[in-house]
Design a protein around this ligand. Structure first.
Ligand code: GLN
Length: 478
């Protein structure tokens, strides 16, 4: 197997040529130096105490940063929100349990848009994360902290969650690899819900091997998550095979339509030539219902969010305030007014609206119908193709503050990522080039549980492109 960055590191740790203590000290130093600039973390785990010495699991002591909506026992988990400030879970999410059991060293909890609602990490109650390629720009979101930590080398690997693009968007903006698994492949037990029917936890790494490795650790059946699917486990590292002869790849026309930056379009086109040179047959395909994916996604996501976030009432969940006059509704109102940020409030209100009597059929049911159409179109496409491709994001990373005043413009950024979540399919974003010193991400979509195929396409493309990306602010540049 090709010796990619992560594999080389593992081999060095295994052989003892890089002592684990030295490696971990280097990572701690990278965090100490880069954090004041990047703000990738909300909480840093001091001394990386989770390492279970002596056990040689698959991760061999590599560091893993965990998005702050995934529970780690005893470590503050805020979801980027004031309403959960100070909350320390009494249990580990299943994915965290598996990482610890495989000798992953947990570095901390990463910054995110509040309750994972956003595409920039600007909507965190703990300040924005900055893009390691250009600190005046957003890192993408909502898992922006995880992607920035990996791109800068503050952490080797990271977990994100993807409801409508929150792994692929920041992976694309930060020039790293991020994978959103098939719905049901990875347990959501211990993930604080935004929109249950859409989201999955997934890996972020500097290379495809790192993603395959972390996916191998976290994937698998979990009886504690009723949507988890019971199927035999896969070692995704073994799916990284050279060559794409006979692969049929479809380019989704609608993902490259209006609103896509021409520099991104031409970079995707170059990648298509590379895929052809690797033996794949690449053809264009049209999926007309994708045009309606964005409104359908936002209706469904907001509806589910409004129901999920109802529990933060200051009694069962959420911040405690002093009780003054024993007026329950006033107390609850105060907790929610103070605890939630602007965007979360907007979405809860819109979500309640689309679910209310009279509007339910007009909006919510209609969105579910669109979802069914999209699913069908994908299922048909996979009768012909092994994988489908398009850009991960239609635009390059933009300046912090540039779009924050205009929610609709921000929602538009998700046009290429949300169709996959509506259908429940797996998709990976890998860097495919640079434009004006900023990374571009290519998205590879697979059929249900065909993570093996998209990883293989990504692995081969990564080798041919051989980009060797180094952000301006990273461990290697310190
Ligand atoms: N940007 C999308 C949203 O705001 C996706 C977020 C996510 O995947 N968590 O809903």
């Amino acid at each position: 197997m090709r010796e990619t960055y992560t594999l080389k590191l593992i081999r060095e740790i295994e052989s003892g040529s890089l002592p684990l203590d030295e490696y971990l000290a280097r990572k701690a130093e990278a965090i100490a130096k880069l954090e004041p600039l990047l703000n990738s973390f909300i909480t840093i785990v001091k001394g990386f105490e989770n390492y279970e010495a002596g056990k040689l699991g698959l991760l061999r002591g590599l560091t893993v940063a965990i998005k702050d909506n995934i529970c780690v026992e005893g470590v503050e988990t805020t979801c980027g929100s004031l309403i959960l400030k100070g909350y320390r879970p009494s249990y580990d999410a299943t994915v965290v349990e598996r990482i610890k059991g495989n000798s992953g060293v947990i570095t901390g909890k990463t910054n995110m848009d509040e309750f994972a609602m956003g595409s920039t990490t600007e909507w965190s109650a703990f300040g924005p994360t900055r893009n390691p390629w250009d600190p005046s720009r957003v890192p993408g979101g909502s898992s922006g902290g995880s992607a920035a930590a990996v791109a800068s080398g503050e952490s080797e690997l990271a977990l994100g969650s993807d409801t409508g693009g929150s792994i692929r968007c920041p992976a694309s903006f930060c020039g790293v690899v991020g994978l959103k698994p098939t719905y049901g492949l990875v347990s959501r037990y211990g993930l604080i819900a935004y929109a249950n029917s859409l989201e999955q936890i997934g890996p972020i790494a500097r290379d495809v091997y790192g993603c395959a490795l972390l996916l191998t650790v976290i994937a698998g059946y979990d009886p504690r998550d009723s949507t988890s699917i019971d199927r035999s486990s896969t070692d995704y590292r073994a799916t990284l095979i050279d060559g794409l002869e006979g692969f049929r790849i479809g380019v989704i026309r609608e993902l490259l339509g209006e609103g896509v930056d021409r520099r991104i379009r031409s970079s995707i086109r170059e990648s298509i030539y590379k895929l052809e040179s690797l033996g794949a047959v690449v053809e264009e395909i049209s999926m007309p219902s994708i045009e309606f994916a964005l409104p359908a996604y936002y209706i469904i996501a907001m509806a589910e969010a409004s129901s999920n976030l109802a529990r933060y009432d200051g009694v069962r969940y959420g911040m405690n305030l002093p009780v003054r006059d024993h007026d329950w509704s006033r107390y609850c109102e105060e907790v929610r007014s103070r605890g939630f940020g602007l965007e979360v409030k907007r979405r809860m209100i819109l979500g309640a609206y689309v679910l209310s009597a009279g509007y339910y059929d007009r909006y919510y049911i209609k969105a579910l119908k669109v979802r069914t159409l999209i699913k069908r179109e994908f299922t048909d496409a996979f009768k012909t193709f092994d994988a489908l491709i398009g850009p991960s994001m239609p635009i390059l990373p933009f300046k912090i503050g540039e779009k924050v005043e205009d929610p609709l413009e921000l929602y538009m950024c998700d046009m290429d990522t949300v169709p996959v979540n509506l259908a429940g399919l797996p998709a990976i974003s890998i860097p495919c080039g640079l434009a004006d010193g900023l990374p571009i991400g290519l998205q590879i979509i697979g059929s249900y549980f065909r993570e093996d195929l998209i990883l293989r396409v990504a692995y081969n493309l990564e080798a041919t492109l051989d980009l060797r990306l180094k952000p301006v602010f990273s461990e290697v540049c310190l």
